[in-house]
Ligand binder design. Structure first.
Ligand code: SF4
Length: 691
């Protein structure tokens, strides 16, 4: 980074009203990661951000994580025969430790190994005994959120299989062995009895049984925290002062390995590899590559040119400890001397959706540590990369990397966004449209806003939609034929900036519930039609599968059931009984969670009123961690969705087609100079009125 850029950043931080420096995440977990975090803490102290934007809290109940040195010590003791019994509970070190450390081989030197896992994972496969443990949602527990907040975790459902939770196994073994533990015989009773102290402290007038029942019915929250409304963490006055001595750092020139440097990063789908057996996660697209069901090697275009590879060509990556071969993904966002491989794939066990998919990049690590924390260094290993001359299969569910200037995914420069705010006037035409795109006698025109500035592309909304609407996963091959079934899809665009760089914008794309919907007039059997509340309804048992509607949809958000997808036991238990399971030959798409709309209307009707703003949410809105999605009634001018839809950043995709979408996107805002700025006043987005 040039000195001038660092100086400019320093000046911007000094001028900012609420400056904050945010430390790097997992992707920079190299040998100097702790040093980087200390540097950021010093910067925040200098900026006065500690206690304001940054609050240190008490440790949460996440538990202590063993350092790599401790794991090496355990492996050494296992190898020497000093460990007679090894119990592995709810973790999978045979997969999550670099293979070069030899954990799997060392397990062979232990006389008795026991796995307490809910999955038949790599460690379980190597164990002498497997006592399957219940899932967290089937288990009792205690949660400590820090800051005085604690809660009882209670099972959401009885165990599906013949499993026990780990604590019960240990208690029952102790009882069978005749040990005097002083604990209850089962964990649920232990949790209940342990809460008696809290009951006494609460000074409640009711009986313990009534207090306990109310506690569980209310969600199990034991304390509301020391300072309600102040957020997690200590108050500003209680923040620890930075110890300059302890914070001393040595910022040398980072050691750049010979050849290429490897970055291994956890993914939103699998984190460290857990979750890889879930087809929902496998079919969820990666936020940057938009790839599914596989691993890949991210390469800069210059590196790709040098190797003579393009997307999907197999490249071999090798180090002194191993080698992996995976398809290439060419990406401008990575340095030419660096490659990146996602973590979480490459299982040799763990279940049919995980086993044999992708590669495990940990095979390339010798086990270097972060010097400060002792954690495994995931970034910075030296590797050799070469083309194999073969093609692999990399299914990428992204049509185009750019919107070709059609203002599908808008990014505004800050000054352009401010100018929009200054000159903004509410577009009365759009308000009138909202009133007439549903039956004038209906009190509702359902609509949505999606804030592209807030959306991170995490895909939580996508999976929530799968869960809510009984959407099938179709597998890698069918995804490769572009027959994936997701009703909401995140499109990722790279947009050029004026200085030759690029900005990434993530755009959730779903049925736009058009006021003048191109899909409706082409359906020969009226299977898709406009309902009185402005929704494009879809009547499944009228659909004869001509797919004219999908052809005529400019947003490409309709999905056709090419096969009779099945939900074999126990997956049938996840089906939402309020939503039909569709059959082969039927078209489907987002309905704004019409089942939730109907339930809210029925409840409102029973109370003799209309549905109130914010009374219910769509599944995607409910799940979005960034609150990027707002849903509600566009006919209610006071609703949050109306205010956002008519705000200065609001625009509708392909508005020039006069489809009158019920979804308004809020443009993303960037500090970078964009070649074209502003929206709604020029270009194709303004052509709506001619329709
Ligand atoms: S809308 Fe929300 S949940 Fe969906 S991808 Fe964006 S940030 Fe994630």
């Amino acid at each position: 980074m040039p000195a001038e850029q660092i100086r400019r950043l320093g000046e911007e931080l000094a001028e900012a009203a609420s400056p904050i420096a945010i430390p790097p995440g997992f992707e920079s977990q190299g040998a100097d990661a702790s040093q980087a975090h200390v540097a950021v803490a010093i910067l925040n102290q200098t900026l006065g951000a500690i206690g304001e934007c940054v609050r240190f809290g008490t440790a949460t109940g996440g538990g202590r994580v063993a350092s790599l040195a401790e794991m090496r010590g355990l492996i050494d003791r296992m190898r020497s025969g000093a460990v007679r019994t090894l119990i592995v509970a709810d973790t999978n070190p045979a997969f999550t430790l670099p293979r070069s450390l030899g954990f799997a081989e060392a397990m062979g030197q232990v006389a008795s190994t026991l796995s307490l896992s809910s999955h038949f994972d790599e460690t379980a496969t190597l164990s002498d005994w497997i006592l399957p443990s219940s899932h967290a949602l089937e288990s009792w527990g205690e949660v400590d959120f820090g800051s005085g907040r604690a809660a009882i975790a209670q099972p959401l459902m009885p165990p599906i299989f013949d499993t026990r939770q780990t604590e019960d196994v240990l208690l029952q073994v102790a009882v069978a062995a005749g040990l005097e533990t002083g604990l209850e015989a089962d964990f649920a009773t232990h949790i209940r009895e342990a809460a008696r102290g809290r009951f006494a402290a609460a000074g409640a007038e009711e009986s313990f049984d009534d207090w306990w029942r109310d506690l569980l019915a209310g969600g199990g929250l034991l304390d509301s925290g020391s300072s309600p409304g102040s957020g997690v963490g200590m108050e500003a006055a209680d923040q620890p002062a930075l110890d300059a001595g302890a914070a001393a750092i040595s910022l040398g020139k980072a050691a750049v390995p010979e050849g290429m440097a490897l970055i291994i990063y956890p993914t939103v789908q699998f984190y460290d590899g857990r979750g890889a057996n879930r087809s929902w996660m496998q079919e969820l697209q990666d936020p940057v590559t938009r790839a599914v069901w596989n691993s890949w090697v991210e390469l800069h275009p210059e590196t790709a040119d040098r190797l003579g590879v393009s997307n999907g060509d197999l490249v071999a990556v090798s180090s002194e400890t191993g080698s992996v071969t995976a398809p290439a993904f060419v990406y401008r966002g990575i340095r030419p001397d660096t490659i990146a491989i996602p973590l979480g794939q490459g299982h040799t066990a763990y279940g049919r959706n995980a086993r044999g998919r992708g590669v495990n990049p940990l095979d390339l690590l010798a086990g270097e540590e972060d010097r400060g924390s002792g954690a495994l260094a995931l970034a910075g290993a030296a590797v050799d990369v070469r083309a194999t001359g073969e093609r692999g299969r990399l299914v990428i569910l992204q049509g185009s990397d750019t919107d070709h200037g059609r203002k599908v995914a808008e990014i505004l420069n800050v000054s352009a966004a401010l100018a929009e705010m200054d000159r903004h006037e509410i577009d009365l035409t759009k308000m009138v449209e909202a009133a007439y795109d549903s039956d004038p006698n209906s009190p509702y025109r359902w609509g949505m806003t999606v804030d592209l500035n807030a959306c991170t592309g995490c895909g939580a909304c996508v999976t929530a939609c799968y869960a809510e609407n009984n959407i099938p996963t179709v597998g890698e091959v069918v995804c490769g034929q572009r027959r994936d079934m997701s009703w909401i899809k995140i499109d990722r665009y790279f947009e050029e900036t004026a200085d030759g760089g690029f900005q990434t914008v993530q755009q959730p794309m779903l049925c736009q519930q058009c006021g003048d919907a191109p899909c409706e007039p082409v359906c020969p059997v009226y299977a898709t039609y406009h309902n009185p509340e402005g929704l494009n309804a879809q009547v499944y048992n009228r659909c004869v599968g001509t797919r004219y509607c999908a052809n005529n949809c400019p947003y490409k958000v309709r999905r056709f059931n090419w096969f009779p997808y099945e939900f074999p036991y126990p997956l049938n238990l996840q089906l939402n009984p309020d939503v039909t399971v569709r059959e082969k030959g039927v078209m489907e798409k987002c309905t704004f969670c019409v089942q939730r709309i109907n339930r809210a209307k029925q409840e409102a009707k029973a109370d003799g009123r209309y549905v109130r703003d914010g009374e219910f949410m769509t599944a995607c809105q409910q799940t979005c961690p960034a609150s990027a999605i707002v849903f509600g009634n566009l006919k209610d001018v006071g609703s949050e969705v109306s205010k956002k839809a008519h705000g200065p950043r609001g625009y509708r995709v392909l508005d020039e087609l006069y489809t009158r979408p019920a979804i308004t996107y809020l443009a993303s805002v960037t500090h970078a100079e964009m070649p074209e700025t502003g929206h709604g006043d020029d270009g194709p987005s303004d052509g709506g009125a001619e329709g």
